[in-house]
Design a protein around this ligand. Structure first.
Ligand code: ZN
Length: 158
């Protein structure tokens, strides 16, 4: 199983690249068996004009609450990692969004996902849409989410 590295919005104005390390983190947390719990974390990367490079996905911490159909991320561990990467990169690598897994081959956001994404997007200081990724068993779901309503869904360009 291999997830795609390059993604774009339909108008091709925004291109997105997931680093190998990011895709490896996604692969490691795919809910392959019925017993696996949902996982998730933050997406850290850099912005280049309209384009984004996702360098790292933080992994679940001991504080997160993980269930089969629910993942509740506790902020402590993830925020600390985001801050240390931001400092070490002198401000170029920063928080760009969130990821979590679904026990579906081709995942789609739930109503709860949508309201959570809109809430997180509204909190962003830079007013950019938030990148939201759902890791399914066979594919990723990738969307840039504004503070209200639906965003732009990205598709693979390879
Ligand atoms: Zn979800």
């Amino acid at each position: 199983m291999q997830f795609m590295s390059f993604w774009a919005t339909n108008d091709k104005r925004t291109l997105l690249h997931f680093s190998t390390a990011t895709l490896e983190t996604f692969c490691l947390h795919v809910q392959a068996s019925d017993a696996d719990c949902e996982a998730g974390g933050l997406l850290l990367g850099s912005v280049h004009g309209a384009h984004m490079l996702i360098e790292q996905a933080t992994v679940p911490t001991a504080w997160d609450k993980r269930f089969r159909y629910l993942f509740e991320r506790m902020p402590f561990g993830h925020k600390a990692i985001a801050l240390s990467r931001w400092t070490a990169s002198q401000g170029t690598v920063r928080y760009l969004g969130e990821w979590h897994t679904h026990p579906e081959d081709y995942p789609h956001p739930s109503g709860l996902d949508r309201s959570e994404w809109n809430r997180l997007s509204a909190k962003r200081l830079d007013k950019r849409p938030m990148l939201s990724v759902i890791v399914g068993r066979k594919a990723l779901y990738v969307e840039l989410v504004p503070s209200s309503g639906r965003g732009s869904v990205l598709t693979p360009v390879e």
